[in-house]
Design a protein around this ligand. Structure first.
Ligand code: SF4
Length: 233
């Protein structure tokens, strides 16, 4: 684990390197100085449960799971590293902050419900066609909404991460916020597009841009619906 500067997170735990979801707006490769094409090649950190057991001794605080890559990407179905780490953290009663874009998280819903902490699910829209273009390897929005609803109904402290907010949401803000509200989630974080040079080039080619207009509309609609709304940072 590495110490984390993210708000409310003391240590970062990422069982996988790279991410199969392949979101076109992902800025992680640029932050980590990795080629965009290599980013979708997943590195399975198979010794992470053993390392975690050793490194936890003497530590205290909240463990952020999936701070850089998705802990429930498809590799997790086979390798179960996230699940094994969660079991270790549960045994030692650590507080967690887990974030994902995948409904595979439901496999571990009972485990998560028995732990201290919070779980966030990213949802960037409800248009399936658009999701297939912008998040080609990720579960469709309807599955993520279902995951959020199920986790929330089990008493897990959940939030929806709405971001990055892109131009396709302009004019569709109401339907989108209604879908999020219908999950029963009480908190949302909203996030702008984090533009980096290579990312900008890629998105320009695809005619995709961030939308502050949609962001403000979503903020207002969410507040009016009784949700607690915060910016990501
Ligand atoms: S899920 Fe997150 S880490 Fe994975 S490609 Fe998408 S934005 Fe990047």
């Amino acid at each position: 684990m590495s110490p984390s500067g993210l708000p409310g997170i003391d240590y970062a735990l990422n069982p996988y390197g790279g991410c199969e979801h392949g979101c076109v707006y992902c800025y992680a490769p640029e932050v980590l100085h990795t080629d965009w094409k290599d980013w979708r090649v997943v590195k399975v950190r198979s010794n992470i449960p053993d390392r975690l057991s050793k490194e936890l001794s003497g530590l205290d605080g909240t463990i952020g799971i999936g701070t850089v890559t998705d802990p429930y990407q498809y590799a997790e179905k086979r390798f179960k590293l996230t699940q094994r780490c969660l079991k270790i953290l549960k045994e030692r009663d650590f507080r967690i902050h887990l974030h994902t874009k995948s409904d595979l998280v439901l496999r571990d819903a009972d485990l998560l419900a028995s732990m201290r902490g919070e779980v966030g699910v990213t949802i960037t829209g409800i248009d399936e066609k658009y999701s297939k273009i912008t998040e080609p390897g990720a579960p469709l929005p309807v599955k993520r909404l279902y995951a959020l609803e199920q986790l929330t109904s089990r008493g897990i402290d959940t939030y929806a991460l709405i971001g990055p907010i892109l131009n396709h949401l302009e004019g569709n803000e109401k339907d989108f916020v209604d879908a999020v509200v219908s999950t029963g989630v009480k908190r949302v974080f909203i996030d702008s597009l984090n533009l980096r040079p290579q990312l900008m080039e890629r998105l320009n080619r695809m005619n995709i841009r961030g939308s502050e207009e949609a962001k403000e509309n979503i903020r207002k609609l969410a507040v009016d619906s009784g949700l607690i709304v915060k910016n990501v940072f």
